[in-house]
Design a protein around this ligand. Structure first.
Ligand code: DQA
Length: 156
């Protein structure tokens, strides 16, 4: 059953993370930074709180599980922030699951995928995203939380 934040009476923001993001902090830190995923979760929770919002934070290395999380977001979330990681470049299934949603979806990448290898320059997820934040490292997640708060206020 979807749980609304008591104070704001708003469903949580689902923050979803794709493959290998569980290794943040030690995974190619020169590209992705030294902040761990657990630290990003805490930072996002704190940032959401400043807007009177709450989060559900998940990571999976499996495409189907990310699809399951997105389906759960249909009734459980007020918005989705997703770093699809490598699946952004390959997964029509994740794009399909995003296009089913009727809530704001912000795509996040720690790195600027347009400055990187050509195979990272295209993201299927972008086609379904309300907005995109990239190249700002862990801070990008916080800017995405701010964007969601702004959009939700505007639509209330
Ligand atoms: C990433 C960029 C992707 O190309 C890569 O596969 C990732 C992380 C990013 O956050 O910069 O795993 O999504």
């Amino acid at each position: 059953m979807a749980k609304k934040d008591k104070k704001s009476n708003t469903l949580p923001i689902y923050i979803l993370n794709g493959p290998n993001l569980n290794l943040l902090g030690t995974r190619e830190p020169e590209v992705y930074g030294y902040t761990t995923l657990a630290q990003i979760e805490q930072m996002c929770a704190d940032q959401a709180k400043t807007h009177g919002l709450s989060i559900v934070f998940r990571q999976s290395n499996r495409e189907g599980e990310l699809v399951d999380f997105l389906q759960e977001a249909r009734t459980g979330a007020s918005a989705v922030i997703i770093n699809p990681a490598g699946y952004g470049h390959t997964s029509i299934a994740i794009l399909d699951s995003i296009q089913i949603l009727k809530i704001p979806v912000i795509e996040v990448h720690l790195s600027n995928i347009h400055r990187r290898e050509p195979y990272r320059n295209h993201s299927y997820v972008s086609k379904g995203a309300t907005g995109i934040v990239m190249g700002l490292g862990a801070q990008g997640y916080l800017r995405a939380v701010d964007a969601v708060a702004h959009i939700l206020k505007a639509v209330k």
